[in-house]
Design a protein around this ligand. Sequence first.
Ligand SMILES: NC(=O)c1ccc[n+]([C@@H]2O[C@H](COP(=O)([O-])OP(=O)(O)OC[C@H]3O[C@@H](n4cnc5c(N)ncnc54)[C@H](O)[C@@H]3O)[C@@H](O)[C@H]2O)c1
Length: 305
Amino acid sequence: MQQGLVQSFIILKNVLVCRASSLAPTILNRELSTQTGRKLERKVALITGAASGIGKATAEKFISNGAKVVIADIQHRLGQETAKQLGPNATFIPCDVTKESDISDAVDFVISQHKQLDVMYNNAGVPCYTTPSIADLDLAVFNQVMDINVRGALAGIKHASRVMIPRRAGSILCTASVTGIMGGLAQHTYSISKSAVIGIVKSTGAELCRYGIRINCISPFAVPTPFTINEMSRIYPHIDAEQLARMIHKLGVLGEAALEPSDVANAAVYLASDDGKYVSGHNLVVDGGFTSFKRLEFPAPGQVL
Ligand SMILES: NC(=O)c1ccc[n+]([C@@H]2O[C@H](COP(=O)([O-])OP(=O)(O)OC[C@H]3O[C@@H](n4cnc5c(N)ncnc54)[C@H](O)[C@@H]3O)[C@@H](O)[C@H]2O)c1
């Protein structure tokens, strides 16, 4: 009887020691990040589409918060330059998100270099340059855009989950868009692709929560990056990039505040870090309130006859 009690005590002690040792890195990370104010201390992140724009700004913020970042992008030269610019905690790996093997290799590269993947940010995306009417929809272009914006993100989630599920930890992010929550802000193809990203986050989040893995997306309003500047310079070829950026900023509704890539990066730091430890399946809209309201513009009394 007494022997049974001792055995139970030993088993309980072993379980507690095991639990404590598996929790130790998490607790240590939390304590470290509280002490240093660096929210991603010792975390390793893989960001697709990080050679420029929002992805690059996020890589920079992640690194300044203590993370090591692997930049995965289809633009080889720019990706290498970005990694060099961001310093020793940034590495570049060529990756075309439409090729599942590239994403799988990028995840394996992270594991071989850093032994862990804490944050996967599926950010790579392209606009759509087709005519706006549904009657003229080009389904071949639709497939190309969906391949990058939707299938690419899904493949990223799949391969991140492959290494995160056994560790029962991780944070996955995707870049969606305000165009995915509201019609009329972009061509159908692009809007549909971003709605799908929001849906993917909810669907996969339902499974991943069982393993303690969080998945969220960020929906930014228009931000001046090569993505938007290139798109706009097709419509306004005579206007320079600075002026186009000002035009983009003027589309916002939050007073004089202007949305920058670093604002989206701040949202990513929140979701990736323990600050967002109980946030999952969420679409964090960074739009200054744009998609939350519509104002009724009544004519002034003096204007009504
Ligand atoms: N800029 C905006 O106004 C805005 C608003 C909402 C959402 N977004 C989304 O933000 C994300 C980032 O865009 P951005 O504005 O920083 O533009 P960006 O053009 O600066 O960055 C996009 C990056 O994705 C990379 N990329 C494109 N196709 C790829 C592929 N097949 N494989 C790997 N990488 C690929 C590009 O090389 C580029 O570096 C995109 O998903 C975009 O849809 C942008």
